[in-house]
Ligand binder design. Structure first.
Ligand code: 4NP
Length: 174
Protein backbone atom coordinates (compact mmCIF):
# COMPACT_ATOMS: atom_id res chain seq x y z
CA UNK A 1 0.00 0.00 0.00
CA UNK A 2 1.29 3.43 -0.98
CA UNK A 3 0.03 6.20 1.29
CA UNK A 4 -0.06 9.80 0.07
CA UNK A 5 -0.98 12.94 2.01
CA UNK A 6 -1.61 16.23 0.16
CA UNK A 7 -0.66 19.31 2.18
CA UNK A 8 -1.69 22.98 1.92
CA UNK A 9 -2.13 25.81 4.44
CA UNK A 10 -5.71 25.48 5.69
CA UNK A 11 -6.61 21.97 4.42
CA UNK A 12 -9.95 23.31 3.18
CA UNK A 13 -9.26 24.35 -0.45
CA UNK A 14 -6.25 23.02 -2.38
CA UNK A 15 -5.26 19.79 -0.62
CA UNK A 16 -8.87 18.51 -0.31
CA UNK A 17 -9.26 19.24 -4.03
CA UNK A 18 -6.07 17.34 -4.90
CA UNK A 19 -7.25 14.47 -2.69
CA UNK A 20 -10.68 14.37 -4.38
CA UNK A 21 -9.21 14.52 -7.89
CA UNK A 22 -6.62 11.82 -7.14
CA UNK A 23 -9.21 9.58 -5.46
CA UNK A 24 -11.35 9.79 -8.60
CA UNK A 25 -8.38 8.77 -10.78
CA UNK A 26 -7.54 5.91 -8.41
CA UNK A 27 -11.14 4.68 -8.45
CA UNK A 28 -11.25 4.82 -12.25
CA UNK A 29 -8.00 2.83 -12.43
CA UNK A 30 -9.24 0.31 -9.80
CA UNK A 31 -6.19 1.02 -7.65
CA UNK A 32 -8.02 1.57 -4.37
CA UNK A 33 -6.36 -1.48 -2.81
CA UNK A 34 -2.89 -0.12 -3.66
CA UNK A 35 -3.00 3.65 -3.02
CA UNK A 36 -4.51 5.36 0.01
CA UNK A 37 -4.99 9.13 0.34
CA UNK A 38 -5.33 11.80 2.99
CA UNK A 39 -4.81 15.56 3.24
CA UNK A 40 -3.69 17.97 5.96
CA UNK A 41 -2.81 21.63 6.56
CA UNK A 42 0.27 23.32 7.98
CA UNK A 43 -2.09 25.74 9.81
CA UNK A 44 -4.74 24.72 12.30
CA UNK A 45 -7.45 27.42 11.92
CA UNK A 46 -9.97 25.16 10.22
CA UNK A 47 -9.48 21.88 12.10
CA UNK A 48 -12.64 19.77 12.02
CA UNK A 49 -14.21 21.67 9.08
CA UNK A 50 -15.33 20.29 5.74
CA UNK A 51 -13.69 21.62 2.58
CA UNK A 52 -14.56 25.23 1.64
CA UNK A 53 -18.04 25.44 0.06
CA UNK A 54 -16.53 27.08 -3.06
CA UNK A 55 -14.09 24.17 -3.51
CA UNK A 56 -16.89 21.65 -3.03
CA UNK A 57 -19.17 23.42 -5.51
CA UNK A 58 -16.43 23.65 -8.14
CA UNK A 59 -15.53 19.99 -7.68
CA UNK A 60 -19.18 18.93 -7.79
CA UNK A 61 -19.63 20.56 -11.21
CA UNK A 62 -16.91 18.16 -12.41
CA UNK A 63 -18.54 15.16 -10.77
CA UNK A 64 -16.22 15.04 -7.75
CA UNK A 65 -17.14 14.91 -4.08
CA UNK A 66 -14.72 16.42 -1.53
CA UNK A 67 -15.13 14.51 1.72
CA UNK A 68 -12.11 15.58 3.78
CA UNK A 69 -12.27 17.01 7.30
CA UNK A 70 -9.50 19.52 8.02
CA UNK A 71 -6.61 18.46 10.23
CA UNK A 72 -3.14 19.77 10.92
CA UNK A 73 0.05 18.03 9.74
CA UNK A 74 1.72 16.06 12.54
CA UNK A 75 5.25 14.84 13.01
CA UNK A 76 3.98 11.24 12.86
CA UNK A 77 2.79 11.85 9.27
CA UNK A 78 6.44 11.63 8.21
CA UNK A 79 6.49 8.01 9.42
CA UNK A 80 3.03 7.00 8.27
CA UNK A 81 2.95 8.27 4.68
CA UNK A 82 5.13 7.42 1.68
CA UNK A 83 4.63 10.86 0.09
CA UNK A 84 3.75 14.27 1.51
CA UNK A 85 2.81 16.40 -1.48
CA UNK A 86 2.87 20.18 -0.92
CA UNK A 87 0.75 22.67 -2.85
CA UNK A 88 3.07 25.70 -2.61
CA UNK A 89 6.59 26.69 -1.65
CA UNK A 90 5.62 27.87 1.82
CA UNK A 91 3.88 24.57 2.64
CA UNK A 92 6.94 22.81 1.28
CA UNK A 93 9.36 24.84 3.43
CA UNK A 94 7.17 24.30 6.50
CA UNK A 95 7.17 20.54 5.93
CA UNK A 96 10.94 20.47 5.38
CA UNK A 97 11.49 22.30 8.65
CA UNK A 98 9.53 19.70 10.61
CA UNK A 99 12.24 17.08 9.89
CA UNK A 100 16.02 17.09 9.35
CA UNK A 101 18.16 17.09 6.23
CA UNK A 102 16.42 16.62 2.88
CA UNK A 103 18.12 15.57 -0.34
CA UNK A 104 16.42 16.28 -3.68
CA UNK A 105 16.55 14.05 -6.74
CA UNK A 106 18.47 15.72 -9.55
CA UNK A 107 15.71 15.57 -12.18
CA UNK A 108 11.99 16.13 -12.39
CA UNK A 109 9.90 14.96 -10.78
CA UNK A 110 11.93 16.50 -7.96
CA UNK A 111 11.41 14.27 -4.93
CA UNK A 112 13.10 15.03 -1.60
CA UNK A 113 14.21 12.24 0.73
CA UNK A 114 15.32 12.20 4.36
CA UNK A 115 15.76 9.53 7.03
CA UNK A 116 12.02 9.02 7.51
CA UNK A 117 9.45 7.04 5.50
CA UNK A 118 7.93 10.04 3.74
CA UNK A 119 9.33 11.63 0.61
CA UNK A 120 8.43 15.27 -0.11
CA UNK A 121 7.47 16.87 -3.41
CA UNK A 122 5.60 19.87 -4.78
CA UNK A 123 2.42 18.73 -6.53
CA UNK A 124 3.26 20.61 -9.72
CA UNK A 125 6.51 18.74 -10.23
CA UNK A 126 4.09 16.12 -11.67
CA UNK A 127 2.34 18.72 -13.89
CA UNK A 128 3.96 18.39 -17.31
CA UNK A 129 2.84 21.92 -18.33
CA UNK A 130 4.39 23.66 -15.30
CA UNK A 131 7.85 25.22 -14.94
CA UNK A 132 10.16 23.99 -12.18
CA UNK A 133 9.02 24.95 -8.67
CA UNK A 134 5.51 25.96 -9.82
CA UNK A 135 2.81 26.25 -7.17
CA UNK A 136 -0.93 25.64 -6.83
CA UNK A 137 -2.08 29.23 -6.17
CA UNK A 138 -4.09 29.83 -2.99
CA UNK A 139 -7.72 30.58 -4.03
CA UNK A 140 -9.03 31.38 -0.52
CA UNK A 141 -9.08 35.19 -0.69
CA UNK A 142 -9.61 35.50 -4.46
CA UNK A 143 -12.63 35.30 -6.74
CA UNK A 144 -14.36 32.17 -8.07
CA UNK A 145 -11.96 31.70 -10.97
CA UNK A 146 -9.20 30.66 -8.60
CA UNK A 147 -11.13 27.53 -7.65
CA UNK A 148 -11.50 26.48 -11.29
CA UNK A 149 -7.76 27.05 -11.77
CA UNK A 150 -6.99 24.84 -8.76
CA UNK A 151 -9.15 22.06 -10.22
CA UNK A 152 -7.46 22.36 -13.64
CA UNK A 153 -4.00 22.17 -12.07
CA UNK A 154 -4.92 19.27 -9.78
CA UNK A 155 -6.35 17.28 -12.70
CA UNK A 156 -3.11 17.63 -14.71
CA UNK A 157 -0.75 17.11 -11.79
CA UNK A 158 -2.60 14.15 -10.26
CA UNK A 159 -2.62 12.43 -13.65
CA UNK A 160 1.15 12.92 -13.70
CA UNK A 161 1.47 11.67 -10.13
CA UNK A 162 -0.48 8.51 -10.96
CA UNK A 163 1.76 7.86 -13.98
CA UNK A 164 4.85 8.39 -11.82
CA UNK A 165 3.60 5.88 -9.23
CA UNK A 166 2.81 3.38 -12.00
CA UNK A 167 6.33 3.68 -13.41
CA UNK A 168 7.84 3.24 -9.96
CA UNK A 169 5.78 0.16 -9.17
CA UNK A 170 7.04 -1.41 -12.41
CA UNK A 171 10.69 -0.73 -11.52
CA UNK A 172 11.76 -0.44 -7.89
CA UNK A 173 8.37 -0.64 -6.17
CA UNK A 174 6.70 2.46 -4.58
P1 4NP B 1 -5.88 26.20 1.47
O1 4NP B 1 -6.50 27.68 1.48
O2 4NP B 1 -4.51 26.32 2.07
O3 4NP B 1 -5.85 25.85 0.02
O4 4NP B 1 -6.84 25.35 2.28
C1 4NP B 1 -6.58 28.48 2.63
C2 4NP B 1 -7.59 28.26 3.53
C3 4NP B 1 -7.68 29.06 4.66
C4 4NP B 1 -6.76 30.06 4.87
C5 4NP B 1 -5.74 30.27 3.96
C6 4NP B 1 -5.65 29.46 2.83
N1 4NP B 1 -6.88 30.90 6.01
O5 4NP B 1 -6.05 31.83 6.14
O6 4NP B 1 -7.74 30.67 6.85
Amino acid sequence: MTRICFVCLGNICRSPTAEGVMQHLIDEAHLGDQIELDSAGTGGWHIGERADARSRATAKRRGLELTSISRKVESSDFDEFDYLIAMDQQNFRDLKQMRGAWKPSSERPRIFESDCRAKLALLRTFDATAPNDAEVPDPYYGDGDGFETVLDICERACQGLLEYLGQRSHSTGP
